[in-house]
Design a protein around this ligand. Sequence first.
Ligand code: UD1
Length: 425
Amino acid sequence: MEKLVIEGGRPLSGTIRIHGAKNAALPILAASMMAEGTHRIENVPDLLDIHVMLDILRSLGCKAELRDETVVLDTLPAHSSHIPEELMKQMRSSIFLMGPLLTRFGEVQVYQPGGCAIGERKIDLHLKGLQALGAEIEEAGNTIICRATLLRGTDIVLDFPSVGATENIMMAAAMARGTTTIFNAAREPEIQDLQHFLNAMGARIIGAGTDTITIEGVDRLVPCTYSIIPDRIVAGTMMVAAAITKGNITLENVCPAHLTSVTHVLRRAGVQVHIDGDIMNVSCPGRPRAVERIVTSPYPSFPTDLQSQVMVLLSLADGLSVIKETIFEGRFKHVDELTRMGADIWVDMNSAFVRGVPRLYGATVEATDLRAGAALVIAGLAAAGTTIVEQIHHIDRGYDRIERMFSRLGARIERFTPAPVPNNN
Ligand code: UD1
């Protein structure tokens, strides 16, 4: 198993370009199945999850290649609407293909993505939305088969503004007959990016970024060239890393408007954030201040995907902070690991109470999921001594060689890959 070894205590400094957003690229790659022919998708990050999505698309018959952050994808040869269970298990986001495959083939077979490290993560809202559009759903054990000869536009009210369900319904409705309106839709920037991509293929969608999205179905979509938005979660992770190492870094290719709630929290903690167009400068000359209360909620509120990273900042702040997690019930697994590095944190139900300590200390810790893993890496950058982060395949799902990003900013961080075991047969 690969691991990262970090010698902490060096302030980060320099300039880094933020790569494209995983959470925008995944649904966009899925949506491209709805237009037959060759798409060119730019600013696609080179991540484990993206490779799994490309493998799924190839397994359906597409030709796909990722080179220099550009995916060239020919969807014309696709012939299957059955996502292999093995690939489905590797990535929950494979359910994004339900809407597009249903539209293209009138049928799709997937498997329950099951629970994951951060909570139960149901797909009932995806299924209810597709049913409202006229799909028939058959569930047998772990298998879900969804069929529709014709999808018809309708009004859909989501019980919760689920990001994935909003996206799946938008995609299925793009070629349904008539108009679909999604009420209580999620408002994340990645949903706006999906709207822009679908419209670039010829769809007629308005409202993404608000809680009401209207989709007028069209008969046909055509392939297009499109560039993915910057990754706001990677940018937020780098901002926190700069602050906790008392560094001074400049981020290029960011969309500061997507980070408003994060910038607000960091400024309350005493972090200096300067914005100039799509460039952000982040520094923190002194010890951060505690922040009385942070609540994770759907966009535009504070993102659950940056909760663990900000917890590291607060574990080094002066005073007591409280973080309430309202999106995923199992998203405090990093607390035990941070405690092993000297943090003073206790959890009660869905709230974490963080009493800042002057210093964290290096330890061997385990990444339990993607964002928790990133939090442990940045904790290691600030800690005294050596930190070893294990199970880093989780981190590779969402950060394109995280050690390279931080080394460029002056950190001492290296990836160790175990030598292959000799085969004596
Ligand atoms: C997306 C992001 C993920 C982020 C999350 C919340 C992608 C690829 N992933 O995940 O990084 O952490 O948004 O911002 O974009 N829920 C249901 N039923 C459903 C769907 C969701 O109960 O059918 C619940 C989930 O269990 C969870 C909450 O709704 O508690 C939010 O989930 P959702 O917004 O759907 O997140 P994802 O789209 O899975």
